[in-house]
Design a protein around this ligand. Structure first.
Ligand code: CO
Length: 471
């Protein structure tokens, strides 16, 4: 135990290429914007650079017309000393519903194969059965599996809950335990208490991830590191704060000349910050980066719901012409969450609970109207909730529909052969089937675009040849 709590340098994971631009720039940073600074980033001393997964895959294909696999390979070429990290939503991979094990296995293997070192794997219900296939596949390919717990508040989420589930994750064979506070709910002293408890429970390293949204995140990291946390996620200052992470340079400076000193090269960090400042300025000019995202949103802590969820509610109420009922919906959210077995509020459970709360308020009768997703959650199709859903509410919503208690993916037949068949017409590399499996229609549109580009280049070459050698 003593050894585990020994004061040691904290590892810094830089999020500029994933969470930071996902949080502030709608994930629109292109590979061409990333590559020029990679050589410097590689010399800073980061433990890892988070650069793939989450929304980056979808956005690259859909809006930037880029192949995410090509981006990964180019980053891998550039980062010769720094580990590359990605985020994966467990059995959902990068999508919103469960995949069969063959797809999960192949996706993780190909990610490692193309250059990912660390895969951070999470599940929206903290149902660890949904994390195991991805973890095993990552490790089988030689990758480092960080199994992450989604941090949330609620009656069920006692210190004992966190310790017990952390123990199960270690027993399952995870290389590292992650604490993923995507809503920025983790306050400094709570972090201290929680990290201490986790460090007393498991032997594997503990990584903490949080967001600056509520304004406490830098202090949260300070207390977490003092309590023995091994690794924290930060963003270079022009892409930090607001809904993003604490600033890398600030955190590095804070721990300077202490046993926690991450040993980052501050001069290089300054040059890297200059580079990203230009990208920030540009995004401010075009409106991609809204000043709204940069302030402190204390409501996140007051209502204990993610900031993104609050803005969704406003949109839904506006559409129904009932904006004045915002407060009622805010009060309804914790009640729905309780009825549904107190799930953490992250994608997709946050949307399910939020939408149901809106329906309950605007129809004037609780659960008079429900969504298909509410039904699926109560039927167990996302996995097990930490508590049993309220039996009366469950009866009212799903009636006699069947429920499952097994791991949802146990009921899904292998899917790869079908995906292979469907995308055969477009396939140019092995990874294409995975791109297609994640987002079939977006992938198809991208594949068509890619083919058209290639035809155009062929024609250009033909023109040039004809120009030089007139026939
Ligand atoms: Co995050």
């Amino acid at each position: 135990m003593k050894e585990r709590n020994r004061k040691k340098p904290v590892r810094i994971v830089e999020t500029a290429f994933r969470d930071a631009h996902q949080s502030l720039l709608a994930t629109r940073m292109s590979t061409d914007q990333m590559l020029p600074i990679v050589e410097k980033m590689d010399r800073v001393g980061y433990h890892a650079v988070e650069c793939w997964g989450g929304a980056t895959f979808d956005t690259a294909l859909r809006f930037l017309k880029e192949d995410p696999w090509v981006r990964l390979r180019r980053l891998r070429e550039g980062f010769k000393h720094t580990k590359l990290q990605m985020l994966l939503r467990g059995q959902n991979l990068l999508g919103y519903s469960h995949y069969a094990d063959d797809v999960v296995d192949y996706f993780c293997r190909k990610s490692v194969d193309n250059g990912i070192d660390n895969i951070r794997i999470m599940d929206c219900l903290n149902d660890i059965r949904n994390l195991k296939t991805a973890m095993k596949a990552t490790q089988a390919e030689g990758g480092h599996a960080i199994v992450a717990l989604v941090y949330t508040l609620g009656d069920a989420y006692t210190l004992d809950y966190w310790k017990e589930i952390a123990r199960r994750i270690e027993d399952m064979g995870a290389d590292e335990l992650g604490l993923k506070d995507m809503a920025g709910l983790l306050t400094p002293y709570r972090a201290q208490e929680l990290v201490q408890a986790l460090k007393e429970t498991v032997h594997i390293p503990v990584a903490v991830h949080t967001h600056y949204t509520a304004g406490v995140a830098s202090m949260t990291y300070l207390k977490a590191v003092e309590a023995g946390c091994d690794s924290i996620d930060c963003a270079i200052s022009p892409l930090a704060l607001g809904t993003s992470q604490p600033a890398t340079e600030v955190i590095a400076e804070t721990f300077k000349n202490t046993p926690y000193d991450p040993g980052l090269n501050q001069a290089l960090l300054g040059e890297i910050a200059d580079y990203f400042s230009d990208i920030r300025e540009e995004a401010m000019k075009t409106g991609l980066l809204s000043p709204k995202m940069l302030g402190v949103n204390i409501k996140t802590l007051q209502y204990q719901v993610p900031g993104g969820m609050l803005s969704n509610l406003v949109v839904q109420l506006k559409e129904a012409g009932q904006e004045d009922r915002y407060r009622e919906v805010l009060e309804e959210i914790p009640r729905v969450r309780k009825d549904f077995g107190e799930p953490p509020l992250v994608t997709p459970s946050s949307q399910i609970v939020g939408t149901q709360a809106v329906l309950n308020v605007i129809t004037g009768e609780r659960y008079k109207m429900t969504t298909r997703e509410s039904k699926r959650l109560l039927q167990g199709e996302f996995g097990q909730t930490v508590k049993q859903p309220d039996p009366d509410v469950k009866k009212k919503i799903i009636g006699d529909l069947p429920c499952i208690s097994c791991r949802p993916a146990d009921l899904i037949q292998p899917q790869l052969p079908q995906f292979e068949k469907e995308c055969a017409r477009w396939k140019q590399q092995e990874e294409d089937v995975l791109t297609y499996a994640m987002f079939p229609s977006v992938a198809e549109a991208y594949f068509k675009y890619r083919e058209a580009q290639q035809t155009r280049i062929d024609l250009d070459v033909a023109d040039t040849v004809h120009g030089v050698y007139p026939v």
